[in-house]
Write a protein that binds this ligand. Structure first.
Ligand SMILES: Cc1ncc(COP(=O)(O)O)c(C=O)c1O
Length: 418
């Protein structure tokens, strides 16, 4: 019943057990991990999520100050004063929610204004808000594809793209990670077949911090006349000189049919959007079930996200600081010989490839005031366990130095680096 060795994948797929038996067994695993103070998920914070947080240590149960290195709050906007005051003003003007979907109950002019600004930011004609990035991907893909169609995706795509493809019932074709040649092979194989074809990739791969080769991917899609969706959840606000995202970084702005983004990362809030042509957005408004059959974002959330967008546009120095901090963290860890895979963005995965060691390092870091995330199955394949560090513009030099020094000590103690 050791959480560091328990085979979760086999348990889920075990046909000899009922779901009730699986739940009982899994509950025992988690309870045992908690008893051994080795349960590293679903922590509770005592204050806002910033570069420093207040959270309880596992051993003492007492709150303590910790450096946050596991947040997608890339620019520190969760607590930005300008954004907070716009949010408060929106509550006074609009109340706390829409109490229903925009389809029938209506959206506010604030929603309309924000959608126009997002479209402009992404160099697209129009945009539509969704309750989350997850639902934006699921809503968009299921509105475009049906059972006689094809979904062609990178093998490391985010779960929300995979789930959208599953729910659409389209035939799923997976191409080798970030390999436009393999994408071309897949498209050639189905080129004579009837049905819609949609290619989808993460702009930034969330578990690896790697940017997709969008130039050649755009070219291959154009050559075969198929639509391309780029999930820019982690790129929006964080990647590219101006924070426009992975399309800016790859110089393909305005050349991608469908751009998805989220407000749960650099925007410091929650909610998602799809940007594209006017015709696409009109189609999604009427057929994207994950946007139609669910409540509209609350005006205060829209005001918060629009506030964040203004900060991103008006303060490119924040994005620049994020990039400087990411580069410093990356170089320091690389110099110590940590395996960082292909990371190019503020997401820096430290590959451990051993669950027991990964658990040990994350727990010890936590007890010493460094909050990290342990990434294992089902987020990544078994055997590719990693600790994911995320740089923020608001990390100070001493935050970064402390994290680098502690990781060095723990890496040597656990035999991960020489
Ligand atoms: C690549 C990617 N796509 C989509 C999402 C979903 O975004 P949201 O948190 O807004 O649902 C995430 C979030 O984890 C992500 O990393």
């Amino acid at each position: 019943m050791d959480i560091t060795t328990f085979d979760v994948k086999s348990l889920i797929g075990d046909p000899s057990k009922t779901i009730q038996e699986k739940m009982v067994l899994f509950h025992q695993v988690i309870e045992e991990a908690k008893r051994r103070k080795l349960y590293l998920f679903f922590f509770f914070l005592y204050g806002p999520s910033e570069n420093h947080i207040l959270a309880t240590t596992l051993e003492t149960g007492e709150p303590r100050d910790m450096i946050m290195m596991a947040s997608n709050n890339y620019l520190g906007l969760t607590t930005n004063d300008e954004v907070k005051s716009k949010t408060k003003a929106a509550i006074d003007r609009w109340g706390i929610g829409m109490a229903g979907p925009g389809t029938l109950n209506g959206n506010t002019t604030l929603h309309q204004e924000f959608e126009a600004k997002l479209a402009e930011f992404k160099k697209c004609d129009a945009a539509m808000l969704f309750p989350s990035g997850y639902s934006a991907n699921v809503g968009c893909i299921t509105a475009l594809l049906g059972k006689d169609d094809f979904f062609i995706g990178d093998e490391l795509n985010h779960a929300s793209l995979i789930d959208g493809a599953r729910y659409s019932r389209a035939q799923r074709i997976i191409f080798k990670h970030s390999d436009p040649v393999d994408l071309e092979r897949c498209l050639r194989e189905i080129s004579e077949k009837p049905g819609q074809k949609l290619v989808a990739v993460d702009g930034v791969f969330s578990m690896d911090g790697e940017i997709a080769p969008l130039q050649p991917i755009v070219n291959v899609c154009k050559k075969f006349g198929v639509m391309l969706l780029v999930d820019d959840a982690h790129g929006t606000g964080a990647v590219g000189k101006l924070g426009h995202g992975s399309l800016e970084h790859c110089d393909v702005e305005g050349k991608v049919d469908i751009v998805m983004g989220t407000f749960s990362k650099a925007f410091g809030c929650y909610g998602g959007f799809i940007a594209g042509s006017k015709e696409l957005i009109n189609w999604l408004r009427h057929f994207a079930r994950a946007g139609m059959f669910t409540a509209a974002l609350a005006p205060m959330t829209v005001a918060a996200c629009m506030g964040s967008l203004e900060v991103i546009k008006n303060h490119p120095e924040l994005v620049q600081r994020l990039h400087e901090n990411s580069a410093f963290l990356h170089k320091s860890l690389q110099d110590m010989k940590f395996d960082l895979g292909p990371a190019q963005t503020p997401i820096i995965p430290v590959f451990i490839r051993d669950r027991a060691k990964a658990y040990g390092i994350v727990k010890e870091a936590y007890e010493r005031g460094l909050f990290l995330s342990l990434i294992e199955y089902p987020a990544v394949a078994p055997g590719t366990e990693r600790i994911r560090l995320t740089a923020m513009a608001t990390h100070t030099k001493s935050d970064l130095d402390y994290a680098i020094d502690l990781l060095g000590k723990l890496g040597r103690k656990y035999g991960v680096i020489p």
